[in-house]
Each structure stands twice: as C-alpha cells, then as structure tokens.
Design a protein around this ligand. Structure first.
Ligand code: GEK
Length: 262
C-alpha cells in the first residue's frame, strides 16, 4: 500500500525504554507522508475529495477583482490539503478566471520543521493562485471572508477546552456560502463499536507493515496528545459554534470527515 519513493516511517520500530510525548519534530517531518498514509485509513480519499469540495463552492466573484476570498488549511503539515484546494481552484478558473485574482490560500501550522518543508513543497507548484504559509498556532490565525476552511486531523490536537472558541472564530470569519471540512479520529459511546473500529484500524496498520510493537509504542506516544471525541460531540460543538449543517461525508473505521456550512 505504501509508496517506495517516500521515506519510510520507522520511528517506533525498535523498543524504546521511555516513550516521549508525540511531537511534530524533524524526525516526524522526514517520514510524515508515509506515516499519515499508512496510519489514517481514507487519508488519500479525503485529500482527493477536498479538491472536489473546493470546486463545488461558488464564491461571489466580481470583475473588479478587489474582494479577496480566503481558503484556509489549518494544521497544514506538508500542505496536502491546501494543494488539493489549489488544484480545485485552478479547475474553477477555467470557467471563471477572476478566481485567480481573488482567491488567497493560507496554510498554517505551529511546527517550524513542518512549515519549512511545506514551504519548499508549495514553492514547487507554479499554478497561479497565491499561497501564504504561516508558522503559528491556528488559535491565533485571523480568518477573513473564508470560502473554505480545512481542519484535517488537527482539531484532535487542540486542548478540549479551546475547541469551541476555535470553531466559533472560524464560523465568524466565513462568508455566507462558506464551508468547513473537519476530519478527525473519533471514538464511540458504544464499547462494542469502539472495540470493532479500533481492531479494524489496528488491522489496517498491520496490513500496511507496522508491527505490533510499533503500533503499541505510537499509541503510548499519542496518549493525551491526540484526544478523540464522538461524532455527536463534534456535531454538537459545530452547532454551538453557529454552523447550520454538519454532516459526515466520509467514514472509514474510526476516522471521519464532516462538512459544515455557515
Ligand atoms: C494533512 N492536515 O496532511 N496550531 C497549528 N498547527 C497545529 C497545532 C496548533 N495549535 N496543533 C497541531 N498542529 C494535514 C495533517 S497532522 C495530523 C495534519 C496527524 C499541527 C501539527 O504540527 C501537525 O502538522 C498537524 O497539526 C496535524 O491533511 O499527523 O495526525
């Protein structure tokens, strides 16, 4: 399943006397593409569909080209989601070239190592929509006239008590046609469902070449770092933040993606 051109994730392949808290440092950045593809079922599908969703939204474009329309990828890592948005907008520009002058894509991540590599990747893409990469906490990022915001597997790393404020800020900064893609690892109220989904996720990782020890050491490193919630908890919070609709558009085992409209 994995692509040989990517550097292989071996971070937890040998036994570690003490497992430190997972962090998005240089070691993780080096293997990140391989790690996320082999660990998150449906990741590539979500990225692919982000392009389609970006294209599906209909911004109010004007001939004067003076209203900037925001597209934000919060927790952008190496920029996979923002590049998918960019591909979608480039296709949109074939029908309405004004999008090239009006769209502004912003990628935000608070890992300096991730941002450095992300900027390098983004610089290789010469299609015409401008992209700005910012190294800061997404809790600090101003959101302005946003058409699409992606929070792909990032809200799960934000302290629980800060999540509503973040979603409320995103909602306030969106225009009336705007949408949010929220992708997360989730947990379940039902112990049986939890066990089934966790086992299937384990089997997915195992089929992708991770050993039992790697899976277990990574799980320990992520404990209290990645805090998953139920789909209902996400829907309730999205509604509290002001979103009118929040629907699951994708699920694979304990990984889901929701789309919420302003
Ligand atoms: C993708 N969306 O490939 N502010 C900014 N960034 C943060 C914060 C924060 N407070 N907390 C964590 N991050 C990507 C994948 S990875 C998901 C997202 C994963 C960043 C962190 O540095 C990392 O790059 C990203 O969120 C989460 O579509 O690895 O499971």
């Amino acid at each position: 399943m994995s692509d040989n051109s990517k550097q292989k994730d071996n971070i937890y392949a040998s036994p570690q006397a003490e497992i430190s808290r997972f962090s998005f440092d240089n070691t993780v950045v080096e293997v990140f593409e391989d790690m996320i593809e082999r660990s998150v079922p449906g990741y590539n599908k979500i990225i692919q569909m982000t392009e389609i969703i970006a294209q599906s939204l209909e911004p109010n474009l004007d001939d004067a080209n003076d209203t900037k329309i925001g597209y934000y990828d919060l927790g952008c890592s190496l920029g996979a989601s923002l590049l998918a948005i960019k591909r979608g907008l480039v296709k949109t520009s074939q029908a309405d070239p004004n999008i090239i002058q009006q769209a502004e894509i912003t990628g935000v991540d608070n890992s300096a190592a991730m941002i450095k590599r992300c900027q390098h990747i983004v610089d290789q893409d010469h299609t015409p929509i401008p992209v700005t990469i910012r190294c800061e906490s997404i809790e600090e990022t101003p959101i302005d006239n946003a058409m699409l915001v992606t929070l792909n597997f990032t809200l799960q790393f934000i302290p629980l008590e800060n999540r509503l404020a973040l979603l409320s800020k995103i909602h306030s900064g969106m225009n009336n046609q705007g949408a949010l893609i929220l992708s997360e690892k989730v947990c379940f109220d039902s112990a049986v469902e939890q066990e089934i989904m966790e086992r299937l996720h384990y089997d997915f990782k195992s089929a992708n070449g991770y050993s039992e020890m790697e899976i277990s050491q990574k799980r320990s490193a992520l404990e209290n770092v990645l805090v998953a919630e139920t789909i209902d908890a996400h829907k309730t919070r999205l509604s509290q933040a002001g979103f009118s609709n929040a629907e699951v558009w994708f699920q694979c085992f304990n990984f889901v993606s929701l789309i919420a409209y302003k």
